[in-house]
Write a protein that binds this ligand. Sequence first.
Ligand code: DGJ
Length: 702
Amino acid sequence: MSRSTPPVQFDPLHRLWLLSTPNTAYALRLDAHDVPRHVYWGRPLTLAQAASVPEVRRPADSSFESPVGDGGELTTDGFGAQSLLLAFSDGTTQVDWRFLGHTVTDGELVVRLADRHYPLEADLHYRVHEDSDVIERWTTLRHNDPDGQDILMTRTDSASWTAPPRPSYRLSHTTGAWTTEFQLERLPLPIGETLLTSRRGVSSHQSHPWLMIDDGTADEEHGEVWSAALAWSGSWRISVDRNPAGRLTWTGGFGHDGLSWRLHPGETWQTPPFHGLFSAGGFGTASRAWHDHITRHVLPHPEELRPIVYNSWEATGWAVTEANQKGLAATAAALGAELFVMDDGWFGARDGDDAGLGDWTVNPTHFPDGLAPLIDEVQRLGMRFGLWVEPEMVNPDSDLYRAHPDWVLHQPHRTQTTMRNQLVLNFARPDVATWAHKWLDALVRDHAIDYLKWDMNRAFTEAGWPEAGPDASRLWIDHVRGVYTIIDRLREDHPHLRVQACAGGGGRADLGMLTRTDEVWISDNTDAADRITIQHGYSQVYPARTMAAWVTDSPNFLTRRALPLRFRFHVAMAGVLGIGGNLLEWTPADLAEATTLITHYKTIRPTIQHGTQHRLTTQAGHTAVQYTSPDSSQIVVIAWRQPVRTGHPAFPIRLHSLDPNALYRDEDTGTIHHGTILLNHGIAPDLPADYTSTLIQLQRIP
Ligand code: DGJ
């Protein structure tokens, strides 16, 4: 797009809109029945070129095929996966749109539609930015008859996205479980419907709300990739529909199958944004475009460098005391930590996971004089102070539950399944949300708290809200909205407060949480070897600046694998470095090495956190990632070797985004490299044995 190209153009003759981003174009039009249909998504086009895009050939003219075109912008017809599923009071389920008009303001297009007979309006929103190729889309539904009947809705997606016709398609996404989040899966997309979903009340460890599509030929550096990510932190669903005629459309939004909501007379219903991105430069370019968009348009404080956190969880578990936390804080500060976070165990009758959740007053046995002496000490040591909270949960063995057993998600006459000995508080209830906001606000107001780790440790089961009657399913949406509202209010009222998103590790890592948190605890698995794969998956969409990573003890508490300290550090240094081990048991040699590595990290932190990331290689046991500083003067390459078969060759790693005519100095060895050699031949990292690692720091010679 040239600088003079307007972000949104309209061709009234063809009733076609063209959205232009710096490197892409997206077109839609109204068909003869006023239904918005997809036209084009790819490299830049002019309005005239977009108008000439041929309609995709319909399948054979048969009474068993759709009488209408496919590729709906919010699919409500045809035989593919539908974006809207609803029923009006007389049982009618089909919508019949009439075009009401459109508005364009500051890069945002709104296409306004109304049903020709029933009291439903829909606004399709599209927003583009001058500095991003991501197109933001969402939908607003409105019941426009204050005296009418409810409209039953079983699916209200944010948007449908359509890729151009290709002979084959491949799907990339991440899957996993607790401690194995973000496992990248890349597989051919079958004809039929492929469902990506979470029915757990959180965006989940098992499937993450984004996908990438290519024709099977893209790789890290080449090829066309269409991708989309949903900004939602509760249950969600993306149906990918590759039909036998070769068309690929996916529709996605909040809520999972089987839920229903009633749209009441006069009510407006807004879906979360479902962002889309086309990239012509392979998966690496797509990832960097997502990172850049998240930095510019999603994160609350992208200008900041994230501090080095010390977190107490793996060191002391629930047995936190003033004395042991002060001991850890002293060592952490000496190493160079900048923010001390006390994890679970500081409140209520919390000596394990079976009691106390919900009773957010300081535990008098663990902290006889309250939190102030610890916080004062942490500050005296030059660090900021953070605290773990899990506001959405309650142990049945708690004063809160004894006082308000009706506050939890539950269904009458049904078992209340506890998981991790806890139940879920219903944040859709205004009284529960008010209670949570009140104690959190007081906690932050009454103590010098700079950071909250907002945790959430179980999926929803028997999720009911008996008092809400037929509106009970709203809890799946309104619980999440409640969480968002509380975090947003806390941040607004306490502008210094920073928040980490956590849900038993990476159970709620998504663009919805990133809109209001500063970093994500992406996994409870702190085994550095496992973490390489987890970080690789996380990086497909989310930037390193949001990826909290701790160095913990060896052997690892979970996997029992022993790994060198340097290797553990080099893995955590690929994101937001933190420390989570029991420092009181580290040897003097470990502490000395850790101090050196932390000091080093601080010098390269702007490049790691604010630079651009290239995933260089994942060849047979060797993984390497490059970070380039915003001004391109500093290059950091971190490489790790995992077990490889003897004699298996390691190839030189070719770097990216360098000036071929410039010289680069290795800051450790003093060796001078030609940019063109680094780009075209590569550099061989010194990785002599399994679980060795290296960090190469290159400085461009002016
Ligand atoms: C799960 C988190 O992921 C851990 O880091 C820790 O905070 C525990 N919860 C505490 O219960």
